[in-house]
Design a binder for this molecule. Structure first.
Ligand code: F6R
Length: 242
């Protein structure tokens, strides 16, 4: 894993955006894997700013998101569909029909998971996957204990994950208990992975990732077996490793 060390969240975001912009310019039909949450928000802001200033085009780009809550439809302000619209899609010239997120309100969730994996495969796989990481080492919503061979599947969210995400909801009771997530195997099939880590609350996590063993108890540890992973981490996140 290649590590790019940066000063702070702002620099992490700009540096991630620069990589995405370069890749989009190199391959206008790139398939991007996208994450939600606090970590990639600044990256999306930087992509929007660049789009406004330099007209970088996303017309032919396809995107797949890592996950979606079960039970929230795309108009729910807490759904990841909504987050992606507000944080990126509405502000760049991406074709909305080429943006794919798991449908958390599908009647048959297992079928939805299979459909999502097939869709990624049929469209040629993900070229560049952007990832954040949970304090417990989750990637996507693959919580500790998830099989490394998992495809897209339904997960019960850990209490700690629900609590971490409760900041976006009126109360913890409103945080969904389940989600659909790309599996670990799905993520590992991406040709290239960009993992963003910022803040002191992730310092232990990053330390474990770098120095710990590869184990299903710490899902992100599998990334050490991928041949093209770049971590962009800021000083605070790196404070445990330096
Ligand atoms: C989001 C996702 C999650 C987050 C992780 C970190 O799509 O898949 O794995 O990346 O929970 O969340 P933040 O960035 O809010 O700390």
């Amino acid at each position: 894993m290649n590590i790019i060390k940066v000063q702070d969240y702002k620099e992490m975001s700009q540096s991630a955006a620069n990589i995405v912009i370069r890749k989009v310019k190199e391959n206008s039909k790139i398939k991007l894997g996208l994450a939600t949450g606090g970590t990639p928000k600044g990256t999306y802001d930087a992509l929007i700013e660049d789009h406004m200033q330099n007209n970088t085009s996303y017309e032919n780009v396809t995107s797949f998101n890592l996950d979606e809550y079960i039970g929230l439809d795309s108009n729910d302000p807490n759904s990841y569909h909504y987050y992606m619209d507000q944080s990126l899609f509405a502000h760049i010239n991406i074709n909305k029909e080429q943006t794919y997120l798991p449908n958390g309100t599908a009647d048959n969730l297992d079928k939805e998971c299979t459909r999502f994996d097939k869709m990624i495969e049929t469209l040629g796989g993900i070229d560049l996957q952007i990832l954040g990481i949970g304090q417990n080492g989750h990637i996507g919503f693959n919580e500790p204990g998830t099989s490394f061979s998992s495809g897209t599947h339904v997960v019960a969210l850990e209490e700690s994950t629900r609590q971490a995400n409760a900041r976006y909801f009126d109360s913890i009771d409103e945080v969904p208990t389940h989600a659909i997530t790309m599996g670990i195997a799905t993520i590992m099939k991406s040709k290239e992975i960009l993992l963003l880590i910022s803040g002191e609350e992730k310092a232990e996590t990053l330390k474990k990732l770098i120095h710990g063993e590869i184990t299903e108890e710490f899902p992100a540890s599998i990334l050490k077996k991928h041949n093209n992973v770049t971590i962009i981490a800021d000083q605070k996140a790196l404070s445990g490793v330096l």
